[in-house]
Write a protein that binds this ligand. Structure first.
Ligand code: BT5
Length: 264
């Protein structure tokens, strides 16, 4: 069952036009034409005890964010959403796996474009970042913790007019050459997320599909993590989504997160 949103708006109306077939994700959709960050709004829903599956979507964010307080440029024309989930504790890295697969599938289904993933959370199209994923969790002793799972996708507005993003960012429409429907993309995201999240609650994680999207594997990389820099071959990911790095001296290290730079 999908609840009705409280305001009328094109993006959500378009997403729901053909029906939304989900059990959890999108039970309720909260829409903002402009918001600080959908992450904060999803967290607000989490704090007030809302059921999981609430989706917060915005046309524009004034304080869109990435990891480590970095900025996520959030102009109108793109898709910004956060989903409130209440998974078991300690699964943030697995939710990143799910969100990566969801994003890759939804982009392909709605545009035909095939993205790759740069471990852990960058969604890449022809070597440039087209989307980002962010999971923020709050654990409580009473077991009422929650996760806000955020996805930002450059759909019709290409942030590469900004000097700092010119070389590294792109949008779906720029790569496709035509404007794309944000509503259709949103619908695919919600349906794929619902499907994979239901599977996840039964213990299924689409690790092999995720591996297949990961452009990072098999490459020589430098990874910055918590003030240290590690260098080596990105050999594999383990069952929790951690990166397995084989260092030049042959030893292996497993990294749960970090900033990857490719080496030649
Ligand atoms: C991410 O962080 O990639 C996660 C981005 C998550 C954004 C969504 S939008 C909906 C929800 N609400 C929020 O406030 N956030 C989530 P990170 O790996 O830290 O990447 C951030 C870096 O990506 C920045 O430092 C820039 O270099 C680059 N960047 C910023 N805006 C971009 C954009 N629109 N497109 C491509 N790259 C961008």
């Amino acid at each position: 069952m999908v609840g009705k949103s409280t305001k009328s708006m094109n993006l959500v109306r378009e997403a729901l036009a053909q029906g939304l077939y989900t059990q959890i994700v999108g039970r309720r959709i909260v829409y903002f034409s402009r918001v600080g960050s959908t992450m904060d709004e999803a967290a607000r829903e989490g704090e007030k005890g809302s059921e999981e599956g609430v989706v917060v979507v915005a046309d524009e964010q004034m304080q869109g964010r990435g990891r480590l307080r970095r900025k996520w440029v959030s102009e109108p024309g793109n898709l910004y959403l956060s989903v409130l989930l209440r998974p078991p504790p300690d699964v943030l890295s697995l939710l990143m796996v799910i969100a990566g697969v969801v994003t890759a599938r939804a982009i392909r289904e709605s545009s035909g474009l095939r993205v790759r993933l740069k471990w852990p959370n960058d969604v890449m199209l022809r070597g440039r970042k087209v989307a980002g994923i962010l999971a923020e969790g709050v654990a409580t002793q009473e077991g009422e913790g929650y996760v806000a799972l955020g996805i930002g996708i450059n759909v019709n507005s290409d942030p590469s007019h900004l000097p700092e993003l010119a070389a590294v960012a792109t949008s779906l429409s720029r790569e496709k050459g035509v404007p794309l429907s944000r509503g259709a993309l949103l619908r695919h995201i919600l349906q794929e997320l619902d499907h994979l999240y239901l599977g996840f609650r039964r213990g299924d994680v689409p690790l092999d599909e995720w591996r297949g999207y990961l452009e990072t594997l098999g490459r020589r990389v430098r990874v910055a993590f918590q003030g240290e820099v590690y260098q080596g071959l990105a050999e594999d990911v383990d069952a929790r989504g951690n990166l397995v790095l084989r260092r030049e001296d042959g030893t292996r290290i497993t990294l749960p997160a970090g900033e990857v730079a490719y080496l030649r």
